[in-house]
Design a protein around this ligand. Structure first.
Ligand SMILES: Cc1ncc(COP(=O)(O)O)c(C=O)c1O
Length: 357
């Protein structure tokens, strides 16, 4: 029997962190950079309303695009909505990459850039990070006539570092105009550094840069899968050709609108993150665990000089119902990633840290 054959693609599988512990009902999950405080209470109210589930949602997400447009003062026609920013990355790869094009990603950065690029037939070039930071020079060294897209997450996951606005502008200036720059602003709202500007702020008039944003991080809506992209009308139009017609649900669209409206809740999250990331940073450093300065809502922890190595540390925290993210899939040795949690979670993390290091 000759069965249908799927396409032969050379792609690594995305392997997420563990999210369950056997026999433990609610482990403290500090492994996925999710929000510490959850969504705005206004969002929760949606679920108390009578929902008309039998009708399709608005396939153009007009309300959410309108809300984003007013909130960020950008043209609604330059916005595309996705099932998470994940889908925006996928749509950009589908609409721009042809077989054997090259893309450039930092060797330690969000895995989906390389995965969607490979799925679309691209050859991935890996730029070295310098001191755990995206390097403009290392990236520029890899540019060739075949380069189609350069990806950058700023701040970067999983290193927790950022590049300043001047470096981002230098990157764009030195890339040939025909290369698309994709700036992933997933953690932009958390950053309070004076020399930082988000992709959205820097590239609001660019014709060859696309920015993606998410409701999964500071807005606390990871489960509802809402992200969006911003770019020139041409870029957005081409990405829309590949977008499934009803790619986010009506509930997600409404939740996104309500989340954006609640500026107070956003501020509360920023204050919480500043407070706790600074406390965690000091405690971690005292234990000779190397880490990045607090920038977003997570830390990359390196155990080379610490009392326990990363495997031992992972087990100790797991034994106390705390899940951290292993870094093997990112190829980062002797390291774990920690997300800033709520007060109870952070206090418990610090207690275990103090006891064991
Ligand atoms: C840098 C970065 N971009 C995008 C995403 C995906 O987010 P979403 O839930 O919007 O698909 C993540 C998730 O961890 C991330 O770290």
């Amino acid at each position: 029997m000759s069965l249908p054959k799927s396409k032969n693609v050379n792609v690594e599988l995305y392997v997420g962190g563990i999210s369950k512990i056997q026999n433990i009902k609610n482990p403290l999950k500090l492994s996925a950079n999710e929000s510490a405080l959850g969504p705005s209470p206004n969002v929760i109210n949606i679920f108390k309303e009578k929902l008309d589930l039998k009708k399709y949602p608005d396939g153009n997400s007009e309300n959410l695009r309108g809300m984003i447009s007013r909130n960020f003062k950008i043209d609604q026609d330059q916005i595309i909505i996705g099932a998470g920013s994940d889908e925006i990355i996928s749509l950009i790869c589908q609409s721009f990459i042809s077989k054997n094009d090259e893309v450039i990603v930092a060797e330690q950065s969000f895995l989906m850039y390389r995965i969607y690029s490979q799925l679309n037939g691209a050859i991935v070039k890996y730029a070295k990070n310098i001191e755990n930071k995206f390097s403009v020079d290392e990236t520029l060294k890899l540019v060739s006539e075949k380069t189609k897209i350069v990806f950058i997450a700023n701040p970067n996951n999983p290193t927790g570092t950022y590049i300043c606005d001047k470096e981002m502008i230098r990157l764009r200036k030195n890339l040939p105009e025909n290369i698309l720059l994709m700036v992933d602003d997933a953690y932009a709202e958390y950053v309070t550094k004076k020399d930082y500007k988000s992709g959205l702020e820097i590239f609001n008039t660019s014709l060859n840069t696309v920015v993606c944003r998410t409701f999964s991080k500071i807005y606390g809506l990871a489960n509802l899968r809402i992200g969006w992209g911003f770019g020139s009308k041409d870029i957005i139009q081409s990405a829309n050709l590949f977008r499934p017609p009803f790619n986010i649900s009506g509930i997600s669209e409404k939740a996104g609108c309500l989340a954006l409206e609640d500026h107070e809740w956003l501020e509360k999250n920023i204050v919480h993150n500043n407070k706790w990331s600074s406390i965690l940073f000091d405690k971690i450093k005292l234990k000779k665990i190397k880490t990045n300065e607090p920038v977003a809502n997570f830390f990359l922890l390196n155990f080379d000089n610490a009392k326990l190595n990363s495997e031992e540390a992972f087990k100790v925290f797991l034994g106390n119902n705390i899940l951290l993210r292993k870094m093997d899939t990112y190829g980062i040795k002797n390291s774990l990633r920690l997300t800033v949690g709520n007060e109870e979670e952070n206090t418990k993390f610090i207690e275990i840290l103090e006891k064991n290091f």
